[in-house]
Design a protein around this ligand. Structure first.
Ligand code: ADP
Ligand code: MG
Length: 236
């Protein structure tokens, strides 16, 4: 008999609630979400458009706060942390990828990957560490297959290349968990497949946990665990 080795939990949420306010109307989106994500796993979150997938991922990425419930990262409760600590956690442990790439149009591919370091460090610290950061950025761009595009601007890249730049940028601070919101949602099949292949390769090489929102059931089928969001809760 083959024993399945239990992996530690990277992230979990319990009893998560979130509503949005539309004028006087309160629109409930998450109504008690419970889930957990194993360290090193690939977990897919699926659900109809408007079911709250992005809301959930944003809460887990500490970009927004829940109305009620708990979010834990490696056995530490994080939803109650003061904003300075949250920012540090987000900058060091989480890599965030979105459907749109949010690259700065005036910067080259290499510079775009360095942006989080510039922002986090401030001018002088960044200058001191620039050589080391540039080395890492170059290595990451090699891992996503963009060595030949280091000095290109976003307008000179394909959609897939822009997303692979955004993926390299999400890894510049060496996070442990990647939170990706429909990373292939804006790409054609070929570019989407390339982006997925890149994510899988990086997950292996960089030992990452991948939590990905997708409405593509074929992509979700490759996940270790698929979480269905229905009517604001996780369906069985
Ligand atoms: P999904 O990613 O599954 O498509 P979202 O999490 O983006 O769903 O949205 C869930 C619901 O919450 C939708 O009905 C959406 O209109 C609403 N919603 C999302 N963000 C906001 C917001 N900032 N203000 C008001 N309503 C929002
Ligand atoms: Mg969404």
């Amino acid at each position: 008999m083959k024993l399945k080795v239990a992996r530690p939990t990277a992230m979990s949420v319990a009893g998560l609630y979130k509503s949005y306010r539309k004028g006087k109307l309160e629109v409930p989106v998450l109504k008690g979400v419970d889930l957990s994500v194993d360290e090193g796993s690939f977990t897919a979150i699926v659900g109809q458009s408007g079911s709250g997938k992005s809301t959930l991922l944003h809460l887990m990425g500490t970009l927004d706060a829940p109305d009620a419930g708990e979010i834990n990262y490696r056995d530490q409760r994080i939803d109650h942390l003061p904003s300075k600590q949250l920012e540090k956690l987000r900058n060091t442990e989480f890599g965030l990828i979105f459907q749109f790439y949010h690259l700065l149009p005036e910067l080259t591919t290499l510079e775009n990957v360095l942006v989080p370091r510039m922002v986090q460090d401030g001018f002088f610290k960044y200058l001191r560490n620039k050589k080391q950061y540039t080395q890492r950025a170059t290595e990451l761009l090699e891992l996503v297959g963009l060595t030949h595009r280091l000095t290109h601007k976003p307008s000179e890249l394909s959609g897939g290349e822009m997303q692979r730049t955004a993926i390299a940028r999400s890894l510049i601070s060496n996070p442990s968990i990647l939170l990706a919101d429909e990373p292939t949602g804006n790409l054609d099949a070929e570019n989407g497949a390339e982006v997925m292949e890149t994510l899988h390769r990086l997950r292996e090489q960089e030992n990452l946990t991948l939590l990905m929102v997708t409405h593509d059931s074929e992509l979700a089928n490759k996940a270790d665990n698929v979480i269905h969001l229905v009517n604001g809760v996780v369906a069985d």
